[in-house]
Design a protein around this ligand. Structure first.
Ligand code: AMP
Ligand code: ZN
Ligand code: FE
Ligand code: FE
Length: 292
């Protein structure tokens, strides 16, 4: 069984529609796919329909923009009730923060003599509620300023680059609790990845587990072999679920092809068992896994 639990569609900053993503997952020989767009569930309905039609097992999820001890943490959330009010309120704040920083990024770029405007970004971000730096990058590509997203991040948008602008992110501890109360489970995405300027250690992860964290994403392209081995050991010590995933963004991110990393079936089933327990305890109406 080939299981990929972290992917993006055009509902955030992937380049494929949910239907195209599901088709690509089937073509790549995957048996289980999780759709985890940034800070939105807008892709869920289309993905579920496509998965049912194309015979793919689909887990509805999200990748939430959170902050912990002043550092950004990406938190994967699986199968929460998307209508749980505290979760909706946090998502609204995050999405407002995403929209709010666009004019600042454009102003910074204009100071550098790059003439893009809000309309360029709106066009690049058509179809998503979660406007992000990748859409600004796409606008720069469309204007011929850079060749691809990578160049846009390297020159302008990445951390420490001149058009980098911070935005609101939800407190990690609150979000872990909200997702649990919404009947879902959480997994820290790429905990020691490129964008993690402070790496949570075993003690940090143990504290997060105490408040409800279910697992960590160990096999991710941002992690080299020694990093994976170290994270796997921590997960084993703590009893955290270990996942592996592509973080596929369609054509938007090189070297993140579907299935490039996968999750072991027994780890996937542990995660589903924890989700079932959280759902039962929450009393919320949680989404089912789509099963062909
Ligand atoms: P944002 O959420 O708007 O801050 O943008 C973060 C997103 O940008 C993440 O989903 C990354 O996948 C993406 N990203 C970061 N660096 C790069 C890069 N070098 N090339 C393409 N996408 C990137
Ligand atoms: Zn992304
Ligand atoms: Fe991420
Ligand atoms: Fe991601």
């Amino acid at each position: 069984m080939r299981i990929d639990l972290h992917t993006h569609s055009r509902a955030s900053d992937g380049t494929q529609t949910p239907t195209e993503l599901v088709g690509a997952a089937v073509a790549a020989g995957l048996d289980v796919l999780a759709l985890t767009d940034h800070d939105t569930t807008d892709g869920w309905a289309e993905a579920a329909e496509a998965a049912e039609r194309q015979g793919l097992e689909l887990v509805r999820g999200m990748e939430l923009s959170t902050r912990h001890q002043d550092h950004g943490v990406h938190l994967l959330a699986y199968l929460p009730d998307p209508t749980y009010p505290p979760l909706v309120e946090e998502l609204d704040r995050v999405l407002a923060g995403r929209r709010g920083r666009v004019p600042t990024m454009i102003a910074r770029l204009r100071e550098l003599g790059i003439g893009i405007d809000e309309e360029d970004v709106r066009r690049a971000a058509a179809g998503t509620a979660a406007t992000g730096r990748p859409h600004v990058a796409d606008a720069l590509v469309a204007r011929g300023v850079v060749a691809d997203r990578t160049e846009a991040f390297d020159r302008f948008l990445g951390w420490g680059r001149p058009a980098h602008v911070d935005r609101y992110a939800a407190p990690l501890v609150d979000v872990i609790r909200h997702v649990a109360a919404a009947g879902g489970v959480t997994v820290v995405a790429h905990p020691w990845g490129r964008s993690s300027r402070r790496r949570p250690d075993e003690q940090d992860l143990a504290q997060l587990q105490e408040i409800g964290l279910a697992g960590i994403e160990v096999d991710h392209q941002d992690h080299d072999e020694p990093t994976r081995a170290e994270l796997r050991a921590i997960a084993r010590n703590l009893g955290l679920v270990v996942t592996g995933s592509s973080d596929h963004h369609g054509a938007g991110k090189l070297d993140h092809e579907l299935g490039v990393n996968t999750t072991a079936p027994e780890e996937y089933h542990r995660l589903l068992d924890l989700a079932a327990a959280a759902s039962a305890a929450s009393g919320r109406r949680t989404p089912e896994v789509v099963r062909p």
